[in-house]
Design a binder for this molecule. Structure first.
Ligand SMILES: Cc1cc2nc3c(=O)[nH]c(=O)nc-3n(C[C@H](O)[C@H](O)[C@H](O)COP(=O)(O)O)c2cc1C
Length: 224
């Protein structure tokens, strides 16, 4: 009796075994194709990255014509140091002076949530923070750096652009960000705040792009 059950169960299980073996084979195939895909993608990325690194490594700085015999200022606002880092590199490459935009009242809170809340409130109310005066009258070329806040420039940099006269000056904006910015809108905003159209192509640099930063900056400055 027990033997009969075993036979019946075995006979009934047979089609399932075939199906499941086929299934496993199909799964294996998909898995193989998937692994192959990852492998190809990885090597393509590796080749692209190596080419990019080599291309950037060979970049040399030759002072472009638009900077020749000009008085250059690099000015920046930085809450966490990323924009400051890019500003220091720019200043090291092009020379001239470097200044920081400072707030009159105490700086933004260190806590990112409290800070974001304060920034959102200021944006909503159309309030710009009060910043310390900076004399830019001596300069012809101004590299101006800002972190991206809420897809736009930081408020202290907006205040700097609004408070100063940029007649006969060339503005060269640069930004650090973590992923999202309304790039063409930002250039329009700079035009509106400064009343000048003499604005060169901005640099947008990801906050974690550290190792080849200098070369990327040189490439940007050479090609503005
Ligand atoms: C209040 C606030 C808003 C931000 N909004 C954006 C944003 O909209 N898009 C983005 O890519 N990064 C955003 N970030 C990230 C900063 O732009 C990024 O970390 C930048 O490199 C910071 O520069 P800093 O170290 O010079 O302050 C935001 C950061 C803060 C504090």
């Amino acid at each position: 009796m027990a033997n009969n059950y075993v036979i019946i169960i075995s006979i009934q299980a047979y089609p399932f075994c075939i199906i499941s073996t086929k299934y496993i084979k199909l799964k294996d195939k998909i898995y193989e194709v998937f692994l192959m895909g990852i492998f190809i993608l990885f090597f393509t990325l590796l080749i692209v990255a190596t080419c990019k690194i080599n291309e950037l490594k060979n970049i040399q700085y030759n002072q472009p014509e638009y900077l020749a015999d000009k008085k250059i200022l690099t000015i920046y606002y930085s809450n966490n140091g990323n924009t400051k880092n890019v500003a220091l590199n720019i200043n090291y490459i092009v020379g001239g002076d470097i200044k920081e935009i400072e707030l009159v009242e105490k700086n933004y809170p260190n806590n990112i949530f409290t800070m974001s809340k304060q920034v959102r409130k200021q944006i909503k109310e159309g309030v710009l923070p009060r910043i310390k005066d900076i004399d830019i009258s001596d300069y012809d070329i101004i590299f101006v750096g800002s972190p991206i806040w809420n897809f736009s420039m930081s408020l202290p940099v907006k205040a700097f652009l609004k408070n100063n006269n940029f007649e006969n000056k060339t503005l060269i904006p640069f930004f650090t960000y973590s992923g999202g910015a309304k790039k063409s809108r930002i250039v329009k905003e700079i035009e509106e705040l400064t009343n000048t159209k003499d604005i060169k192509k901005p640099l947008f640099m990801f906050e974690n792009r550290i190792c080849l930063e200098k070369q990327q900056i040189i490439k940007w400055i050479n090609n503005i």
